[in-house]
Design a protein around this ligand. Sequence first.
Ligand SMILES: Cc1cc2nc3c(=O)[nH]c(=O)nc-3n(C[C@H](O)[C@H](O)[C@H](O)COP(=O)(O)OP(=O)(O)OC[C@H]3O[C@@H](n4cnc5c(N)ncnc54)[C@H](O)[C@@H]3O)c2cc1C
Length: 514
Amino acid sequence: MNAGTATVDAAVVVVGGGTAGAIVASRIAERGDRSVVLLEAGPDFGSPEETPPILRYGGYSEGRVTTRDYSWKWDTVLTAEGGTPYTLHSGKVIGGGSSVNGQVWLRGLADDFDDNWAGRGATEWTWEQVAPWYAATEADQDFPAHGDHGPVAVSRVAPGNWHPLHAGFVDMCLAKGFPLCPDFNADGATGVGPQPFNNVDGVRLSSAFTHLSAVRGRPTVRVVGDHEVVRILFDHDRAVGVVARGPSGHEVIVRAEQEVVLAAGALGTPWLLLRSGVGPAGQLRRHGLPVVADLPGVGRSLREHPQVCVRWRARPGQNLDQTSARAPVALRWTAPGSTLRDDMKLSIAAFEDGGGTGIQASVFLMQALSAGSVTLAPEGPDARPVVDLAFLDHPEDLRRMREAVRLTVDLVESSAELRPVIGERVDPDDDEMARDAALDAWLRRKIQGTFHPSSTCAIGSPDAPGTVVNQEGEVRGVHGLRVVDASVMPDSVRANLNATVAMMAERFASAITG
Ligand SMILES: Cc1cc2nc3c(=O)[nH]c(=O)nc-3n(C[C@H](O)[C@H](O)[C@H](O)COP(=O)(O)OP(=O)(O)OC[C@H]3O[C@@H](n4cnc5c(N)ncnc54)[C@H](O)[C@@H]3O)c2cc1C
């Protein structure tokens, strides 16, 4: 867009071209009966061919991708005690998280929707209602019954191509009595098996490639990269457009004749709502912001998937090449004593640090009960918000992680299958393992996230205080404003988030286009 104060009109303005935003904008453009402008804060590279290899090919490690300029690099408060500083990455590039992520394509569990989401008032998001939308999104090359016409191809690494470390991990889990699970996206899937990936022939299937590529060049769609939306414009209680800031600092007003659709991610969307006067009235007033809508739930109930790594040195002479540093297989299991089925995930991979080569088991809590928050920073609405993850706040989260770490250590160290590879344990040490209090202190120091924030603008029943949007994603108390990204999940799902965000975006797009 041109420098100066330009004004652009469109029927629909979509803010954020990530997993959800790129899908929704593409579906509107595909329908062709209204114009859509997609505003993305990060760069837009156009075609897959023009996209830098580090984004185009999914084999690059996440660490390499996110240390570039393609991440927002959010500072966070990790635990009440502080914890090890943790930068929460989220994609700042067309395709958003789907352009930088690990490409695990895992559906949520039926219980996530039927018990948890429906129980929070999202009664139109039961498993029966969401399963067809997962299917519409996917073309599963191994299990076509899941869906074989969707834009996102899904496949698994065949057992013959597993590194011996991963084959040993699977054998270890089977020997300990966990069931073999060839298809993690099947209803009720549990046990050990290959993770599904949205990567085919090495190409990362981001929503920029799977959806946006098909509509680029159509007269009804305009994709604008390097423009950060800084404010939603309201006429009384109706959203009528946005103000975006371009690369040279110039501002552009983009007017929306029908609606503004927010897809800035689970941190970006609540921040933008708060900056625009939609959120808890007390917080807005403290910052001198006019209250457009008093919605106490904006920024509340932030969920993540906390993880810790248990680490061992590798025995000398192991061939721990690049494939051993990935996680093509995983174990989906229930923490000892937990009432939440399959609330844990475990995977194994090689790592390198100053001490040499090692093996790490990543222990993921896939349904945390602790709730964090996104609030405006003391410096003011335009400063990065305070992201408080509140990890391990809930005693049951701490207990499940403690028990899961103990079980992981026992599993790995008593395993005949991994004995040739695994050497001395370096983290946690035996003293830390010996007592609950010491292990809890270790957990609080070592807990990290998984880059899966959600639920900061939740769908819910109208009378629940935390509810921000209705079941179609429309923001309560205002008109012409919808949220379609990971923010609206009533709670997290017991799976990596991307497949669920894409499924929801397909469904929201259908609601928008009618
Ligand atoms: C490093 C990494 C690894 C991950 N690995 C996996 C994985 O293997 N499997 C999985 O399922 N999930 C994974 N995830 C998570 C998954 O990618 C995200 O949950 C998903 O992409 C979220 O989609 P979204 O549409 O809600 O937000 P995003 O995809 O984050 O999209 C938000 C978009 O909005 C833009 N934006 C934000 N604010 C503004 C603004 N004010 N103006 C304009 N644009 C704005 C952002 O730049 C971004 O492009 C990973 C995430 C990361 C970061």
